[in-house]
Design a protein around this ligand. Structure first.
Ligand code: SAJ
Length: 418
């Protein structure tokens, strides 16, 4: 079956994944209704404005809205297909919190007539998509759900994990291959018709739990590899070696490709998803758990190094460059840089900490509460400080004239000023 979907789609969750997906569909002529619990987000999208920064997305949103293909609201409407793209954070004990998915399903259930496709895009532990089918069966005993029927069900349920890289979402949304896992093969085929609207990469059909696990595996793979680089950086530091030089040399081997050490792993994916694998098989996930621990430890190490350097001065001023979770984006959520700045400021209450983040005009709430922190330009921060901690490899910091760093104690966690 190589059909392409025609009909109305509701996208539940207008965040970093839901909104670009809605735009990808709407700009190709599909009628899309975006749904979000946040009234500001709904208002922004309804007016064709972007609620967050992502390259090329603004033009897509304004275009889709002005074409009349994309609308937004707080209520889940009736539709032919539903794409759920809500957060799946983790609980204190690292188990997944799927309550936002369950909430979305509760709102979809009364709108169903039969014939609809429901796709989960949120990254989820194995079995979550099956859980949606079961939840719907409880809520709508009048409908035949795919997990309980060998024949043609009333509703098709599938998982199609998002795989786009923040900062390159609009490109990867179209070019990446997509994994579509159905509760049954028929469910996968129905879901695939939607991705054929815009995906230029291959669409790979599988079962729902394999699709869930494949997505978690991608991010765990990356986490383990970053942990290797981060562990190497600690080892090299203790041996007074430049980790980036060592990695550059090692990477000239044809089968070696070590990633970059950094101040830790941020974002809402790589630092979260591996825990869902650990949660599914705790006794067996030794390497994956250790990688998480290595990466989670790195911000504390960076903070401790900066604090130790500051303690060698009588009245030091410390510059911290960057708060985002990675280069050239405005996303400060789950950012190791924010944790590091907070730890330094709390440990050195009498020391002035000058923070520079070109992608924000105000400090995040938990930093704004600290009296010894100020947000200033990178130039000002460096000029006034004795110690410069580089936390994010934004292009603006890369481009900075090195002569500004002369005479400063520099701690470069990204290796851009070597
Ligand atoms: N990082 C390093 N060293 C590196 C690479 C990354 O320290 O060599 C750090 C970054 O600074 C950042 C974190 O890791 O703090 C994660 O950044 P990232 O660019 O590796 O990934 P994300 O979180 O922006 O997006 C990932 C992607 N997954 C993979 O590359 C396997 C993306 O394709 C997924 O769609 C996304 O997670 C997601 O939503 O799951």
């Amino acid at each position: 079956m190589t059909e392409v979907f025609a009909g109305r789609i509701a996208v539940i969750g207008l965040g970093y994944i839901g909104l670009p997906t809605a735009v990808a569909l709407a700009t190709r002529g599909v009628e899309v209704v975006g749904v979000d619990v946040n009234a500001d987000t709904v208002a922004a999208v309804s007016e064709g404005r972007l609620p967050f920064v992502e390259p090329d997305l603004a033009v897509g949103v304004s275009g889709a809205v002005s074409m009349g293909r994309l609308t937004a609201g707080l209520e889940t409407p009736e539709a032919d297909a539903y794409i759920i793209a809500v957060p799946t954070p983790f609980n204190e004990d690292h188990t997944a919190d799927v309550s936002y998915i369950e909430q979305a399903v509760r709102q979809i259930a009364p709108k169903l007539h039969g014939g609809e496709v429901i796709i989960l895009e949120s990254t989820s532990p194995p079995g979550t998509t099956l859980g949606i089918s079961r939840q719907l069966a409880d809520l709508r005993p009048d409908l035949v759900l795919p997990h309980s029927s060998e024949g043609v069900p009333d509703i098709h349920v599938a998982h199609c994990p998002e795989r786009v890289l923040p900062g390159r979402i609009m490109i990867e949304m179209v070019t990446n291959d997509r994994v579509v896992g159905g509760i049954t093969h028929r469910c996968a085929e129905h879901a695939a018709t939607i991705y054929r609207v815009f995906a230029q990469g291959d669409i790979l059909l599988t079962d729902a739990s394999s699709a869930e696990m494949a997505k978690l595996t991608e991010n765990a793979y990356r986490d383990v590899n970053i942990a290797f680089a981060n562990e190497l950086s600690l080892i090299c530091e203790s041996l007074h070696l430049d980790a980036w030089e060592v990695i550059k040399m090692a990477n000239r081997h044809p089968r070696v490709n070590i990633l970059n050490p950094g101040p830790g792993v941020g974002g809402h994916c790589i630092a979260v998803d591996p825990w869902f694998i650990v949660g599914a098989a705790p006794e067996l996930s030794r390497l994956i758990r250790t990688a998480r621990e290595v990466n989670d430890h790195k911000p504390h190490h960076v903070a401790a190094q900066v604090i130790a350097k500051a303690n060698r001065f009588r009245e030091p001023t410390v510059a911290c460059l960057g708060l985002a979770f990675k280069a050239n984006i405005d996303d400060l959520r789950e950012s190791p840089a924010v944790d590091i700045v907070e730890e330094i400021a709390l440990s050195l209450p009498g020391v002035e900490i000058l923070v520079s983040e070109p992608y924000t005009s105000e400090l995040p709430t938990r930093l704004a509460a600290l009296p010894n922190l100020r947000l200033v330009s990178a130039e000002k921060a460096v000029e006034t400080s004795d110690i410069v901690a580089l936390l994010v490899d934004h292009d603006q910091f890369r481009a900075m004239n090195r002569s500004r760093l002369a005479g400063k104690v520099v701690y470069d966690t990204r290796g851009i000023w070597r």
